[in-house]
Design a binder for this molecule. Structure first.
Ligand code: HEM
Length: 157
């Protein structure tokens, strides 16, 4: 990853360039999801579907390029320290929630946009599933911002 992005970030927090880009992209994607919600409220369902699916797929890219490599290199080797250390606990909790949100989102997109799943694997209460996903996503977003704070901004004790 370090060869893909420049090293130094641009937000003045001491974070890496990849972390700063990820933070900005995640906040923009959060705003895009709210826009998608408004589209659904206006009954513009096709535009809503395109908007939410684009965010979900773009996030797969951000996980693959930034968050998974960072988790693999900095968190996974020290998982035993999760209980005692905020640095690892914040990222590990965030990663578990993030994987759940991404998988749930992919499931919803497959049910809503295709016919490939058998009837017994398809949900009927679309609104409830999508609302749950949106709430979970924003919890993950807040936990991601929390991870950024703990990693790059909180005073070292
Ligand atoms: C809905 C899905 C997700 C959202 C909205 C989200 C959001 C964020 C945000 C806003 C940050 C702070 C910016 C940064 O430090 O890079 C972050 C960082 C991070 N996320 Fe996620 N994330 C999601 C999924 C995941 C997943 C699936 C993993 C597990 C591999 C993960 C692991 C991490 C790690 C390790 C960091 C710290 C990266 C670093 O600073 O080097 N995230 N995330």
């Amino acid at each position: 990853m370090s060869s893909f992005f420049p090293t130094r970030g641009f937000l003045g927090t001491g974070a890496t360039f990849a972390a700063d880009i990820n933070l900005v992209v995640q906040l923009i994607m959060g705003a895009a999801l709210i826009t998608g919600l408004v589209l659904a409220k206006q009954k513009r369902y096709q535009a809503h579907g395109i908007c939410q699916t684009t965010v979900l797929l773009l996030n797969l890219l951000m996980i693959g390029l930034v968050m998974w490599p960072s988790f693999r290199e900095q968190v996974r080797p020290s998982l035993r320290k999760v209980v005692h250390n905020w640095y690892y606990a914040a990222a590990a909790g965030h990663a578990v929630l993030g994987i759940t949100a991404e998988l749930l989102g992919l499931y919803i997109v497959i049910v809503a946009g295709t016919d490939i799943l058998p009837l017994w694997l398809r949900f009927k209460h679309w609104k409830r599933w999508m609302q749950t996903e949106l709430v979970l996503w924003f919890i993950v977003l807040v936990s991601g911002v929390g991870t950024y704070y703990v990693w790059y901004m909180a005073p070292v004790r």
